[in-house]
Design a protein around this ligand. Sequence first.
Ligand code: B3K
Ligand code: ZN
Length: 876
Amino acid sequence: GQVTSLADYRPTDFVLERVDLTFELDPTETKVEARLIFHRREEANPNAPLVLDGDELVLSSVLFDQIEIDSERYTATPDSLTIRDLPASEPFEITITTLINPEANTQLMGLYRSNGIYCTQCEAEGFRRITYFPDRPDVLAVYTVNIIADKAANPLLLSNGNFLGGAGYGEGKHFAAWFDPHPKPSYLFALVAGDLGLVEDTFTTVSGREVALKIYVEHGKEPRATYAMDALKRSMTWDEETFGREYDLDIFMIVAVSDFNMGAMENKGLNIFNDKYVLADPETATDADYANIEAIIAHEYFHNWTGNRITCRDWFQLCLKEGLTVYRDHEFSADQRSRAVKRIGEVRHLRSEQFVEDSGPLAHPVRPSQYKEINNFYTTTVYEKGSEVTRMIASILGKDLFKQGMDLYFERHDGDAATVEDFVQCFADVSNRNLSQFSLWYHQAGTPHVTVSCDYDTNAQTFTVKLAQTIAATPGQPDKKPMHIPLSFALLANDGAMIAPASASGGEVSENLLHLTEAAQSFVFHGVPERPVLSLNRSFSAPVILNFTQSSDDLALIARYESDLFSRWQALTDLALPVLCEGVKQVRAAQPVLFNDALKRSLLAIVADDTLEPAFRAQALALPSEADIARELGGDIDPDAIYAARKAIIHDIAVAGLDIFKGLLAQMATDAAYTPDAKAAGQRALKNAALAYVVQAENDPLKAAEAYAKANNMTDLSHSLSILAHHFPGTTETKAALSDFESRFANNALVLDKWFSIQATIPGEDGLVRIKTLMQSPKFNAANPNRVRALIGSFAFANPTGFHRADGASYSVVTEEILAIDKRNPQLAARLLTSMRTWKLLEPQRAGKARAALTTIANANDLSNDVRDIIDRILT
Ligand code: B3K
Ligand code: ZN
C-alpha cells in the first residue's frame, strides 16, 4: 500500500461546480450517470489533466459537453479516470456512465444491498465505488439526484436534501428527484431505495421552521423506533440551546439497515444507521442499548454542523469533526443523564481502549500525518482522545470563552473544509491565549505519565506538589516535548472539607486548575493550615496516567468525602488496583490471595450509602476489569492468573457484604413498568450488580435463575443470563436459560447477538469450542458485521481467558476467520485484527503463539490494504 502524507496536500486543479446523478437501480447491474461541471482553477497548470478516483469501477461511456470523447483523450482503469486536453478556464461538463453491482458488494462501501434495501456508505472513500469522482473532502458541490427503480420492490427512493418530485417511469418503474442545496463533499452523499416502514414526527426549530422527521425501519419494527425519534428531538433542542445550532433543511431522515460496518453515518439530511442503534423496546433492548441509541442519534445529528456544514479539508483532519462531535454527544448525554456516572463510563472506555492503543504498535497522533489506509484511522484516538482534547480546551478557557470560540468557529468556517489549526485559532483568538504548546495534544501520540509527589511544611504552612511529565516513544515519534496538561485539583482537610489556600506559586493556577507546562514543575500552595489530601485530575480533566502513590488512608478519605463523584470512584479504583495486581502475583506464585480491608470498607460504605445515586454505586461495584488489571501490570500478562485473582477478591467482598447486597436486591426491585430513563436504569444497574455479588457469595445459581424467570425487560433478562452462563456454565439452570432465550428470540437477530456474545465471553479455555460450535449455528451469518462482532469480536476483545488460551489454539482459529472475512469485508477484518494489538505484553509462551498466528496472516496472499496495514504495524 502507498503512504498518503499530510505534507503532500494541495488543492485540486479543477473546481467542481455541480453534480447531477442518475441511478437506474438494479440488484446486479445498476447504471450510474454522473454529470459533473468543472472549471480549471486559475492557479492550476493549464495542461494538467483531470484525474478522477475510482475503485473497482467499470466505465461504460464518457462524454465531454454531451459529446463522446476520443479514446486517446482519456485513460480509464478500475481505479482512475484521467481526461486530457481540457479548457483552460471556461466551465465544461463531463458525463460519466458506470455499471456497478450492489448485490456483489460485500465490503459494504459504496452502493450495496442489505436485506433487499439499497443503501450507500461513502465515508471515507466509498463514493469512488459508485462513479469516477474527485473523491476527497475538500471538493464541495451541490447535488441533484435522480433515482429510477422498480416501483413494487422499491416504493421508497431517498437521497440527500429536499424532495423535488417523482413520477411513473413505465415498465413498472418510477423515479424520484432530490436536491441538496448545501454544498457537500462526496463522502456525505447517500441513497436509499426499498420498501420500509415509517415513523414520522415534526420538529419546530427555534426560529419557527417546521422540519419533517422520518425514521425508516423494516416493516413491523416501527414501534421499536419511537425511542430513537424521541432522542432525535431532544438532540435537536439541545443543539439549539447549548451550541445555538439550528437544523437547516425541511426534512431530516434516518434509515436503519441490518448490514453496516459501523454504528451510523451522518449523510446530509439522510443518516443511515446500523439498526442496532435505532431499534429498541423494553423486551428486546437493554438500558445500555437505549443509552447507545440516544448517544449515536445525537452524534450523527450533531455532525450536521460539526462535519457537514464545516467539513474536513483532508482525512488527516478527521478529529476536527469526530473528536468535536464525540465531545458534543458526551455533553449531551451528561445533560440528559447523570454527569458523573457518564464521565466514569467515558473514562473507563478511554482507558480500556484508547490508552491501550496509545501505548502499543498502533499508536498515532489525534491528527496523524501519514496513513496507508484511512479506514484504519477511525480509531478511539481520533474519536475519544480527540474529544478529550476538545474538553481540555473547554476547561482551559472556561465555559464562556469556550462558547465564544465555538461561535467564532461556526461563523468563520461555515461552508469550509477546515483544518485543526483553523479550529484551534478560534479559541486562541477569543482568549488571547497562545495555544501552540497545547496543540501538541493533536500531534504527539502516547499518553502522558505524570508523576506526583507532595510535601507539607507545618511551620511554613505550605503544601508543595511536585509534578513531572513524560511520554514514552511511539511509532515514528522517539522524542516528545512537554505538553500543556490542565489538572483539576482539590485540597481536602482531614474532615473532608475543602481547603482554600491563600495563594499559589510555581506556575499558572486558575479556578482549581493546575497548568502543568514544564517537564518538571513544583506548585506551592501558601496558607494551608493542615496537611491536606490532594485530589488530582478531578473529573479526569486531562487524559493522562498519574503515577501518584497515595496511602490507603488518603484514598479512603477521597472515596468518602470528595464532592466530585468521579474522584470518589477513582479513589476506589486506586485502592483496588494494587490489591488486584498483588493478587495476580500471589496466584502465579501459588500462594493464597490476600484481601484488603481498606478497599472492602470504602467500597461497602459507598454501596450502602442511600444518599448516593444507584447508578454511581453500581459503577463502584464494577471493580477494575481483567483488561484494567492487565494494563496496570504492563507486561508478562497471564490472563488466567488475572481472572483467578480477581474472582477471589470479588468473592471476598461478596461474602463480606452479603447482607448489604441482599438488602439492595430487595430495595431496588420494583413492580413499576419499565422506563428507559437514567434513574430507573441506575436502579436496575445496582440491583443487577448486587445480584452478581450475592450469587458469587452463595456460589449457587438459584437466585440468578429466579431473576431470569421473573425478568420483565431485556436488561434484567440478559444480565441474569450472563451471570448464569459466566459463573455456572454447563449447569442445568444455565442450559435451560440459554435455550429458552434462543427460542424466545429466534426471530430477532439483534437480540440473538446478545446470546452469541454472552456465550462468547464465558471464561475459560472451553470458549474456543463454544465459539466454533456457535459459528456453525444456523443463526450465525458471517456476512453480517453485527453477527461477526457479537460472536468473534466478543470472544477476541472481551474473553481474555478464552482467547488467550495458553496453547494458542484460539489465535489460530480467529486469525483463520479474519483471513476469510478479509476476502469479503476488509474493514471488518482489520478491526477484528486489532484485538491482537497487545500481543507483545503477554507472557512469553502466549506471545510466541500469538506471533506465529500473526505471521500466518502476514504471509497470506492477497491481503486487503486494510489488513496489510494493521498486520505490518502490529508485527513490527
Ligand atoms: N463518520 C462515520 C464513520 C465513518 C467510518 C468510515 N470507515 C460515523 C461517525 O463517526 O459518526
Ligand atoms: Zn462521527
